[in-house]
Design a binder for this molecule. Structure first.
Ligand SMILES: [Zn+2]
Length: 288
């Protein structure tokens, strides 16, 4: 009886739904364009090899305006700028009626969830500046492998949900141009980051326990990303792999947008999305 009670106590957070049984890692690569990936896939051989074990597309679309702030806010708050209120990179204080973030939604459903956000760009931390219930870490793209090492550390700490923002591709795009030699180098770096994290999970026997989602906020053209009508700017990658997702499934549906990403995360964790999120969030047929 005593043993039974001890087991019950140990299991209670799981039994009462306070701790999620799933784990998700989001790798967000600022400025990584889907058009540039299609054109230069040889720069990303590992990521290319993941297509056969993932749900994937290089034609997800970013939202207007094609700036970092509105797009990351969409990826975090499940809707468009007109609703989430971030129209540029000057992130205003959060208003009362701002739609809940994916982090708030998960925390409300799983009070014991462990979450960590790592960001090369402070704007990400500004979008969630009131979220004192999760760990927020500033990383620097200038420091070699800073965000990568912090992501590995977050995995080792047992976080259920990790969201990392990497700034390398966007930085090289602005400095040298999208498609430049330096930008292609940054694509190789993205590939290295994905490979390193994948291999770390593999070594820890966690590949069948963790879902990985890879996406971006916008591409670019020349040294900027304001020409929204062009695929060079508009197209971004989306890859999802792990126990929740189908393998080798290319998303053919037209018009899928990055504000749908948190809807997918909510689906994986088995939680309801808020009414204030876009009603166009669902993507059917991608789950196992
Ligand atoms: Zn950006």
């Amino acid at each position: 009886m005593k043993l039974f009670l001890i087991i019950l106590v140990l299991l209670s957070p799981v039994l009462y739904g306070k701790t999620p049984s799933k784990k998700v890692i989001v790798l967000g690569f600022d400025g990584l364009g889907g058009y540039w990936m299609r054109k230069n896939m040889d720069q990303m051989p590992f990521t290319k090899s993941l297509f056969k074990e993932s749900v994937h597309t290089t034609k997800m679309r970013c939202i207007l305006p094609t700036l970092s702030g509105p797009n990351w806010a969409g990826i975090i708050r499940g809707t468009r700028p007109i609703i989430h209120g971030v129209f540029n990179n000057k992130i205003q204080p959060i208003r009362k009626n701002t739609p809940k973030s994916i982090f708030e939604v998960l925390k409300n459903n799983y009070p014991n969830i462990k979450m960590k956000v790592i960001a090369d760009w402070n704007g990400i931390l500004d979008i969630i500046r009131d979220h004192n219930f999760l760990e927020k870490v500033d990383s620097k793209y200038e420091i070699k492998d800073d965000a990568l090492n912090k992501t590995i550390e977050a995995i080792n700490q047992g976080n259920h949900f990790i969201f990392t923002h990497f700034d390398n591709a966007d930085h090289e795009g602005h400095a040298h141009g999208w498609g430049s030699r330096e930008y292609l180098n940054s694509m190789r770096y993205v590939d290295y980051v994905i490979k390193t994290i994948y291999n770390h999970l593999k070594a820890k026997n966690m590949l069948n326990k963790v879902d990985i989602i890879i996406t971006s906020d916008h591409g670019g053209s020349g040294k900027g990303h304001s020409g929204f009508v062009r695929g060079q700017v508009r197209d971004i990658p989306f890859l999802a792999l792990g126990p929740s997702f189908k393998e080798g499934h290319e998303i053919k549906q037209i018009l899928i947008r990055n504000f749908q990403v948190p809807h997918i995360i909510a689906e994986v964790f088995g939680v309801k999305t808020p009414e204030s999120w876009s009603s166009q969030g669902e993507i059917k047929g991608i789950y196992r």
